[in-house]
Design a binder for this molecule. Structure first.
Ligand code: BV8
Ligand code: ZN
Length: 245
């Protein structure tokens, strides 16, 4: 895999690094992406941004749970791939390293990444629709347990940010701050269509960071980037890691 000397120079001189990942980094683990086809983009004829929406939680929570329990079932057979393990190693290679993910699959954590910023929540957490008490589910608990809150009896819902819902403020504020402060920003495996997550790359760019996109395809951010690596994350990231001290 050809790695240009300019790219190596930028990486070797980087002090503060921020990485934003999307569903593409889990593609090689067998997790279906949202917009690259595959059966996850549609659920019983409903497009993904309809079933994964604030309105559906209000109107048909049981259907939302059926969709999320199905996806939790798929995830049971998925392991972190070489891309997740490479990023877990990167956290010790730079003075300041922040990993931000749009993914809810928990694979970065299982690969050993710490202090992960999960912008859209986590598929194995839920919370009470009344008192907001949080619950950690076991991945093998399918269907989800508990279904209702042991404090107040109300129904629980996935602890996942759905379309039309606000991102966890603390998490997003930290991601924004790190995007503003970094001197190198990687965008890995995301179609860069979902906001405000994709906006973090713009914040980094306006703050003077170099942008590196790793994605087999072009995205709306491609022209914005200083380097476009048209490779799979699981193949390219390990080849980059060997050049890091
Ligand atoms: C918000 C959790 C504001 C759920 C997700 C109407 C009403 C309200 C808001 C909106 C609206 N219209 C638009 C919006 C904004 C909306 C949005 O951005 N919509 C887009 C689609 C236009 N955003 C929101 O609603 C956000 N909230 O704005 O709130 C607000 C303010 C005040 C009051 C109320 C509201 C919330 C967005 C979060 C939605 N939740 N996930 C779930 O998973 O079910 S988003 C979902 O898409 C996933 O998190 C996913 O990660 C994310 C983005 O997708 P990608 O990760 O990029 O994945 P994708 O499949 O698209 O692309 C994969 C890429 O990988 C491809 O480019 C492919 O080429 C590449 N790839 C493939 N293989 C590989 C690879 N790359 C490398 N290696 C490989 N091997
Ligand atoms: Zn409760």
């Amino acid at each position: 895999m050809e790695i240009s000397s300019e790219l190596l120079k930028v990486i070797k001189s980087a002090k503060k690094v921020c990485v934003l990942t999307g569903a593409g980094i889990s593609a090689e683990s067998g997790v279906p992406t949202f917009r690259g086809g595959g059966n996850s983009a549609v659920w019983k004829g409903m497009p993904f941004d309809q079933i994964s929406s604030a309105r559906m939680v209000r109107e048909n929570l049981a259907e939302v749970w059926e969709w999320f329990d199905y996806r939790r079932g798929v995830l049971q057979n998925c392991q972190p791939n070489a891309a997740h393990f490479a990023l877990a190693k990167w956290q010790k290679k730079f003075e300041d390293f922040t990993l931000v993910t749009q993914n809810i699959d928990g694979l970065h954590t299982r690969a050993g990444s710490e202090d992960l910023l999960e912008l859209h929540g986590n598929i194995n957490r839920s919370y009470c629709t009344n008192c907001e008490k949080r619950f950690q589910m076991n991945a093998e608990d399918i269907p989800h347990k508990p279904d209702s809150c042991d404090e107040c009896g109300a129904k629980v819902r996935p602890d996942v940010v759905l379309f039309g819902e606000i991102l966890p403020l603390e998490v997003f504020r930290k991601a924004e701050q790190k995007s503003r402060e970094c001197d190198l920003f990687f965008i890995i495996g995301t179609s860069a269509l979902v906001y405000p997550a994709a906006g973090l790359a713009e914040i980094a760019k306006y703050s003077g960071a170099k942008l590196i996109e790793i994605n087999p395809e072009d995205t709306p951010l491609t022209d914005f980037c200083d380097f476009q690596i048209r490779e799979k994350a699981g193949e390219f990231l390990p080849s980059l890691t060997v050049f890091m001290l």
